[in-house]
Design a protein around this ligand. Structure first.
Ligand code: ADP
Length: 649
């Protein structure tokens, strides 16, 4: 059979180059990556053999074997796992299917390679690490249960690979690294032992190696006989202790072991942010070792591309590497292992969702994680803030989806506020504690970004009273507030909707008088503005919330806010045209001038023009596009020309 030569997908080559160059100082980890892959492959074969015994053929002893060959300067990593078909080899080793990974690669290129080790952790690049130590890699593989379908793949890691059908007897995958000139230490027994011990000790399948021993012949007194031939023995030895880390008592597991296990289960190169290891006994028994990753991974919003979530074991037998039913969707950033004693081994994936035991475990995990986060928030705010910055957006989905835990989740929320520095986050509890006595409601404003929110005219009256406003710039916040009408009996109130009742009773009376006077004065102008704008607005009102700006758009208390409308439109939802209330500021010189003009000549041509400009301003400050940009710019130019004319004359 002749080999076919094919080019790598461009992205694969990029990834390969980045891995080779950026992880150079961590090159030992190539072995960890290949062992992890081998161990996953065995897990999958073992799981499949539960329902299809035939795939075991006559090879029942799961094993990963390291074969250093000093004569040929090769190191082979051999497993008897699930193996791959030719198509699988091409798909898994030759292409990157996920667009998320491609985007990350582009990002990584921009950031230069210094930042790469952390970024690399966000996708599976394990196999390519082999090219850090080898200038040629040969992979031979045969799927379990398919004796005639062996494939050989080979590449030097630059540009192309070859692929051909071969005859291979054994089930599983064998990867031979033709070591680079200066990488020969990876043939040494001590070096391989050390790497396995450091990175892969807990792998539950034996990692073995033939150990060569030389024995000298001795006389009766135990003295070596000079010149006598040495006796050479080869004995296969298991290098790892194989202790499932999650079944060991917590105080016997070191931080390093936890960290290495995290690398193994998550295929993440970075160190975990938090380790959560516990044990539940009683009606439902299980052990869990879960991790909070340090950073959001590329698959957070693309669950279909995720390969390593929470692994499920049943009495130490691996069942699946991503059991979605075990954790609620809003905790999907969790990584690690759950080992249950109460599930039947023959449980099928379709049954997970409805299984009572799984449900009990899920509830227990949810409680544990929320408690952990809550205590992290109390004890180590900096660390919690870091977690929140990465995963807060996902956690917030829970407020909407998990009514049973809404209260706990609410305590975990953090927001920037109008009074806080950028990046400084405030909890609802802290917000309420700091509320002045006369403030009755919790104020919030939704928008695209802190910058947009900070400049919103809606803030003006609150700023002048020094009331703080929660800034909600994450699209999910719109759903959060819908599910959260009150906190500690205080209503959450959008400052861009409905009426603002900011005054105390006494102030209110004074202001009411002022308002009545203003209303009398502006009644005709407001009527004219409404008439000119027609159906574009629902009403035109005098504003209580503006101090500096001339106008703003406001939604009815119970209708959809402007920001929510923008989000839904971005999601291509068909919405009926929203009609907003235009609020105008009676203290603003523009309104006063318009009012004067109107009382002199209600039909003055400029009035209609100013009205339109006023409305356009309101649209712009709400972050909405003006309806006719060309007309808008013409009008502004005209105004500037006449202003400049009067300045120079
Ligand atoms: P990751 O392990 O993070 O998915 P890799 O590049 O290391 O990324 O591997 C890509 C894929 O190739 C794996 O997900 C797996 O499907 C397949 N693979 C790698 N090594 C083996 C192996 N020894 N046996 C079977 N399949 C393997």
């Amino acid at each position: 059979m002749t080999a076919t030569s094919k080019p790598f997908q461009t992205e694969v080559q990029q990834l390969l180059d980045i891995v080779i160059h950026s992880l150079y100082s961590h090159k030992d980890i190539f072995l960890r990556e290949l062992i992890s892959n081998a161990s996953d492959a065995i897990d999958r074969a073992r799981f499949e053999s539960l329902s299809n015994n035939a795939i075991l053929e006559d090879d029942h002893e799961w094993k990963i074997k390291l074969i250093p060959d000093k004569d040929n300067k090769t190191l082979t990593i051999q497993d008897n796992g699930i193996g791959m078909s030719a198509q699988e080899v091409e798909k898994n080793i030759g292409t990157i299917a996920s667009s998320g990974t491609r985007n990350f690669l582009a990002q990584m290129k921009e950031q230069k390679t210094a930042a790469a080790p952390e970024l690399i952790g966000q996708f599976g690049v394990g196999f390519y690490a082999a090219f850090m130590v080898a200038d040629r890699v040969t992979l031979t593989t045969r799927p379990a249960g398919a004796p005639d379908a062996a494939t050989k793949w080979e590449s030097t890691g630059s540009g192309t690979y070859t692929i051909e059908t071969v005859s291979k007897q054994k089930r599983g995958t064998s990867i031979t690294l033709h070591l680079k000139e200066d990488m020969e230490e990876y043939l040494e027994e001590w070096k391989l032992r050390k790497i396995v011990k450091t990175y892969s000790d807990f792998v539950e399948h034996p990692i073995t190696m033939d150990i060569r021993r030389e024995e000298v012949s001795r006389d009766e007194n135990g003295k070596a006989i000079e010149g006598a031939e040495k006796r050479v023995t080869l004995e296969e030895e298991t290098l790892n202790s194989r202790k499932a880390i999650w079944s060991r008592p917590k105080n016997e597991v070191s931080d390093e072991e936890y960290t290495e296990f995290y690398h193994h289960v998550s295929h993440d190169f970075q160190d975990p942010a938090e380790v959560i290891h516990w044990n539940v006994e009683g009606n439902t028994e299980f052990r869990a070792l879960l991790y909070l990753p340090p950073r959001a991974m590329s698959d957070l919003f693309m669950p279909e591309t995720r390969k390593h979530g929470v692994h499920l074991y049943i009495r130490r037998v691996f069942i699946t590497n991503d059991c979605e039913a075990l954790v609620p969707h809003y905790l999907r950033f969790l990584r690690g292992v759950v080992d249950s004693a109460d599930l039947p081994l023959n449980i099928s994936r379709e049954m997970f969702q409805d299984d009572r035991t799984i449900r009990v475990i899920r509830n227990n995990i949810t409680k544990k994680i929320l408690d952990t986060l809550s205590s992290m928030k109390e004890r180590n705010r900096e660390k919690y803030t870091e977690f929140w910055t990465q995963f807060g957006g996902v956690l917030k989905e829970g407020i909407h989806l998990d009514t049973a835990n809404r209260e706990k989740l609410t305590e975990l929320l953090l927001f920037e506020t109008s009074n806080s520095e950028p990046g400084q986050l405030v909890s609802l509890h802290e917000y309420v504690e700091a509320m002045p006595a006369q403030q009755k409601e919790i104020y919030y404003l939704t928008g695209d970004s802190r910058a947009a929110l900070e400049n919103s005219p809606h803030l003006e009256a609150l700023k002048s009273r020094n009331y703080d406003v929660l800034f909600m710039s994450d699209p999910i916040d719109e759903w959060v507030v819908q599910s959260l009408p009150t906190y500690k009996e205080k209503a959450l109130k959008s400052i861009a909707k409905g009426e603002m009742k900011l005054d105390s009773e006494e102030e209110g009376k004074k202001r009411e008088q002022e308002r009545q006077e203003n209303e009398k004065e502006y009644k005709d102008l407001l009527g004219a503005i409404k008439e000119a704008l027609g159906d574009k607005v629902k009403a035109v009102k005098l504003s209580d919330r503006l101090t500096d700006s001339a106008c703003c758009l406001v939604a009815d208390e119970f209708s959809m806010g402007v920001h929510m409308e923008k989000i839904l439109k971005a999601m291509h939802q068909d919405l009926p045209p929203a009609r907003r209330i235009l609020e105008v500021n009676p203290k603003h010189p523009l309104l006063q001038a318009m009012s004067n003009l109107h009382s002199q000549n209600a039909k003055h041509a400029k009035l209609a023009e100013y009205t339109e400009l006023l409305y356009d301003q309101a649209l712009l400050t709400a972050g909405l596009p003006v309806e006719d940009p060309l007309r808008f710019t013409h009008r502004i130019s005209e105004l500037m020309a006449s202003q400049a004319g009067s300045l120079s004359s």
